[in-house]
Design a protein around this ligand. Sequence first.
Ligand SMILES: C[S@@+](CC[C@H](N)C(=O)[O-])C[C@H]1O[C@@H](n2cnc3c(N)ncnc32)[C@H](O)[C@@H]1O
Length: 281
Amino acid sequence: MDRIHIEKGSVQETLIIPLYGRKLCAEQFPTLYQDEYAARICQSIDYDFSKIEAKKNNAMYQFGGLEGAMREKDMIWEITDYLKDHPKAAVVNLGCGLNMTGRMADNGTCHIYNLDFPDVINSRNEIVPAGEREENIACDLNDFSWMDRIDASNGAVLYAAGVFHYFTMQQIKDMVIAMADRFPGGRLVFDAVGKFGRDVLMKGTLKNMGMRDVSGLFFVNSVSDLDGWSSKVKSVTRKSYMQGYYKLEDPNIKGIHRFLAGLCDSIAKMYIYRMEFQLAK
Ligand SMILES: C[S@@+](CC[C@H](N)C(=O)[O-])C[C@H]1O[C@@H](n2cnc3c(N)ncnc32)[C@H](O)[C@@H]1O
């Protein structure tokens, strides 16, 4: 099989950073994070990793890897928790890139849906074709017809890892309203940064994608920012992205990593948000 080519500066390229981060993290912090897929997927891609590879011993880059890996662990925690009460639920990976969260949380009875733009789904179909109880759906998440393709009769846990940053506030609000309506009793999980995090930290990443004006893009400073979006949203809660689900414990974790994790909470306001949707009346 020819290796899949990822174009520099394309939307597809945004999936490289978390993917490489998970590979790096599994190599450098093996007691904290294991990933049987990331290294193999990186090998299947025709992408010049040399620049990021050269920086892999830099504590800041290592921290970037930790971010990708902790987010993956947090999402797996939320999916597993939902599946305890809804073992046959739809597990819906919004903006999946080449992550394998669904399979890593698979309980043997759920149905996994991976959604992304057509070029990403084409790559995914080549590199990690859908398995049993798994479907890859090519779509634009802003066109809500993807919701018709999800069988949520046994519940639905929808999650977006590193995805909502690329949407406007209004697009996320519209999507949440539609999801709360379409998936009663469902759960939505996503990561978000606060306004400062968006303006300062995300700006570089978004600029690489040609997004110069970040002012309309999604951020959340506090849970109350999400209040009142839909009467069908039962509750909104959040946990720290880096330390809310698991402790940063591994012999290779340094003080600087813990310090940066603290800044993620206090300054960047990086959190994992969970919305529970009302059951149908
Ligand atoms: C930073 S990557 C994260 C990938 C993956 N969730 C992970 O954790 O590795 C963002 C992903 O969102 C996808 N994406 C962004 N906007 C989208 C849209 N409107 N519709 C579908 N996918 C979108 C991109 O193609 C990309 O794969």
